[in-house]
Design a protein around this ligand. Structure first.
Ligand SMILES: [Zn+2]
Length: 143
C-alpha cells in the first residue's frame, strides 16, 4: 500500500512491518514504532509477546492490539492516521497482514546458509592445495 506518510519505525528504521503510534497525539509529535521498539517504548520487557495479528495479552488477560499507550498506526491517504476506532476493516486487514519484523533480514540469513557449504568447500580446497605445495617444497619434490 502506498502511504502518504513514510511508514517506517522511527527508532530502528524497520519498514514493511506493523507499526504503532501514540494515541491522540498531534501528528507532528507522532513517532511510529515497530513491535519490538513499541514494547521497549512502553517498558514492556520480558513476558509480553506480540502475536502475528499484532496483539498482546495484557496483565488483565485481555488480548489487544494496543501496546500500552500505543495503538496501530494505520495511515489514511491524506497524510494522517485513522482514529483507533474508525479504521475501515480492509485497512485493519492490511495492517494485520504486515509482518511483525523485517523479514528481508531473515532472507539474508537464509541465503547465507545456502552459500555456506560452498564457502567451506572452497576454503578446504585452497588449504589442500597449500598443503600439497608445502609438502612438495619441504620434500624438495619438483612440481
Ligand atoms: Zn523499531
Amino acid at each position: 500500500m502506498q502511504t502518504a506518510i513514510e511508514y517506517k519505525c522511527t527508532v530502528c528504521g524497520a519498514t514493511g512491518v506493523k507499526l504503532w503510534r501514540q494515541y491522540q497525539t498531534f501528528l507532528e509529535h507522532i513517532n511510529l514504532l515497530c513491535g519490538p521498539c513499541a514494547l521497549n517504548d512502553q517498558k514492556l520487557f520480558g513476558d509480553t509477546i506480540i502475536d502475528t495479528e499484532g496483539k498482546i495479552l495484557t496483565n488483565y488477560g485481555i488480548r489487544t492490539d494496543s501496546i500500552g499507550w500505543l495503538v496501530p498506526a494505520i495511515p489514511d491517504d491524506t497524510g494522517t492516521f485513522w482514529g483507533y476506532l474508525s479504521v475501515p476493516s480492509h485497512l485493519v486487514d492490511w495492517w494485520r497482514r504486515l509482518p511483525l519484523r523485517d523479514t528481508s533480514i531473515y532472507d539474508h540469513e537464509e541465503s547465507f546458509d545456502k552459500i555456506m557449504p560452498f564457502v567451506v568447500g572452497f576454503t578446504a580446497a585452497c588449504l589442500a592445495v597449500v598443503y600439497v605445495v608445502l609438502f612438495c617444497i619441504i620434500n624438495k619434490v619438483g612440481i
